[in-house]
Design a binder for this molecule. Structure first.
Ligand code: UDP
Ligand code: MG
Length: 164
């Protein structure tokens, strides 16, 4: 699994990791965005949630990730940008009966993340300063506890700034 704040470079590095190690890349954000344009019953809810920088309910995200896992011939997965909250993590572990072997965390300074998101020009509705501020708050409140959990389990590998 790969974790990090908005614009910390998850997607970019995933492409490289996949190329080198042969995982199947599953980006939770990409799966959710695909669901929005596929006229799914959850589309509107997902779009509203992304626009607000909030987290889509675990039931929906886990279902999308599982669908991809089950339809892949590859059995090594690199899950990018998920779990975003303890609720996400617990739901995923309960439903799959498994835990990640390895969690990579991109510990990137906030001002750098903001700069990167504002300059990436991918046409995303959530890449504006107001939504970024909300995403950073959500990241700190909900995602960092997941990072702490994996750290305690000895699974976390941190890239970037080191704090003690
Ligand atoms: N998102 C979510 N659950 C996930 C992954 C993403 O709800 O498991 C939503 C959330 O609103 C997030 C947005 O999708 O802000 C974009 O996520 P992504 O990981 O693509 O963005 P990044 O953090 O890489 O900028
Ligand atoms: Mg991404």
């Amino acid at each position: 699994m790969l974790s990090g704040g908005p614009g910390s470079g998850k997607g970019t590095q995933c492409a490289r990791i996949v190329e080198t190690f042969g995982f199947k890349h599953l980006s939770a954000g990409d799966l959710l965005r695909k669901e929005v344009v596929s006229a799914s019953e959850y589309g509107t809810m997902i779009l509203d949630t992304i626009r607000e920088g909030r987290i889509v309910p675990s039931a929906v995200t886990v279902k999308l990730i599982l669908r991809e896992m089950e339809s892949s011939d590859n059995h090594k997965f690199l899950i990018d940008g998920f779990p975003r909250s303890e609720e996400n993590r617990i739901a995923f572990e309960r439903i799959t009966g498994s835990e990640p072997d390895f969690v990579l965390f991109f510990d990137c300074p906030e001002e750098e993340m903001v700069k990167r998101v504002l300059s990436r020009n991918q046409g995303r509705i959530d890449d504006n300063i107001d939504t970024i501020k909300k995403r950073l708050k959500v990241f700190e409140a909900l995602n960092l506890p997941v990072v702490d959990h994996y750290e305690k389990r000895g699974k976390l590998h941190r890239v970037g700034k080191f704090t003690s």
